[in-house]
Design a binder for this molecule. Structure first.
Ligand code: ADP
Length: 354
């Protein structure tokens, strides 16, 4: 039974008064008026006595709990005391508050633990990724220095080693730039500058940029539907941050060339709907197995570790792309079938008709 201190005090007072009154009635010498007065005084006196002692006890208890909590919840302590003193059922309220607080703290603790694991993994990944190009460049430079010291310097070899060192340093530079980008995107300090631009022009520009890379693997870069290629200004306008979308498309098309089939096709399709344009980059490569599909957007996640690193990727491209697309309030999706190929797609809003 859930009795408040007030109810208990009244019950006790009535009980005491009952006993006293019965005694007074039984004792014949006490006149009726005095007997009623005695009942009134006894009830009031007992009520006050019991009620105040209950309240005092409860407050003492609560203050004890507050004192215990003070050192872990100093900021909220004041708020708690103001909120709960002089209200009914204070102990129940304090208990509820403590349970809520404990739950909140537990959630915070779990989140902190999760973040700590992620941070540790991230640091391990970053140092591992940095080591690879640094050690390579260091090796080439030391070889040149050693040969110089021994007087066996061959200008052709020297140039070759210097070129290799430069390639490693370029990879290091790209990695550091990607790391800066991803940390800024994760911190939320990068703001997307939405502007109206033509997607067809952008895709043509990227095809030109990646032309040689595609030629090395004999991959054909195509736009779908083919009629788009003939579109002139205003083409297919969208409202987004052009530079960031360029970065995403370069990464997706570059991946499609790298991981797609040699002598294959990479198709960029742009499909208009009422309020958006759906962009999809499709290759006809080996595809991605189900267990890797959701993980390819994680930082540094690579399916074939050695092959991907050889191809020069930082392993951050898709993580960065995901952040950029989400900052545009859209979602990047991957569909893939082993042996058939992979499609990565997302939507961008069309500008409102003027
Ligand atoms: P990377 O720099 O390694 O290319 P990304 O973040 O761009 O890093 O891609 C992560 C991984 O996802 C790649 O290492 C590769 O294993 C896989 N991947 C990305 N795109 C494709 C694709 N079109 N086909 C097959 N695998 C892909």
């Amino acid at each position: 039974m859930n009795l408040s201190s007030r109810t208990v005090a009244i019950l006790i007072a009535l009980l005491v008064a009952g006993v006293l009154t019965t005694t007074a009635i039984i004792v014949p010498t006490l006149p009726f008026r005095e007997a009623v007065l005695a009942v009134g005084i006894t009830v009031a006196g007992c009520f006050l006595l019991v009620y105040l002692s209950f309240e005092a006890l409860i407050f003492q208890e609560i203050n004890g709990i507050y004192a215990g909590l003070e050192h872990i919840k100093r900021k909220e302590f004041k708020r708690l005391s103001n909120k709960f003193l002089f209200r009914s059922e204070p102990i129940k309220r304090v208990r509820d508050e403590i349970l809520q607080m404990a739950e909140r703290r537990q959630q915070e603790l779990e989140e902190l633990k999760r973040l700590q694991v992620l941070r540790r993994e991230f640091l391990a990944d970053v140092s591992h990724e940095l080591k690879t190009p640094i050690f390579a460049a260091q090796g080439f430079v030391h070889t040149i220095l050693d040969e110089d010291e021994e007087g066996e310097s061959d200008p052709v070899m020297r140039r070759k080693f210097l070129q290799k060192a430069a390639v490693s340093l370029d990879a290091l530079d790209a990695l550091v730039q990607d790391l800066v980008t991803i940390s800024q995107l994760e911190k939320g300090v990068v703001r997307m500058r939405r502007q109206r631009f033509d997607l067809v022009t952008l895709v043509r520009e990227i095809f030109e940029l990646l032309e040689q890379q595609a030629a090395r693997r004999d991959v054909r870069l195509e736009l779908f539907p083919p009629t788009l290629a003939e579109l002139s200004d205003p083409g297919l306008p969208v409202l987004a941050d052009r530079n960031r979308i360029r970065q995403v498309l370069v990464n997706l098309i570059d991946n499609a060339i790298k991981y797609g089939r040699e002598h294959g096709h990479v198709v960029v399709s742009l499909v208009e709907s009422k309020s958006a344009v759906r962009l999809a980059v499709r290759d006809d490569g080996a595809g991605i197995a189900q267990e890797h599909l959701n993980r390819i957007f994680e930082r540094f996640y690579r399916i074939d570790k050695s092959r991907s690193r050889e191809s020069g990727g930082s392993g951050l491209g898709l993580a960065i792309s995901k952040h950029i697309i989400e900052a545009h309030k859209s979602t990047i999706r991957v569909r893939s079938e082993l042996g058939q190929g992979t499609t990565l797609e997302f939507k961008l809003p069309r500008p409102k008709a003027q």
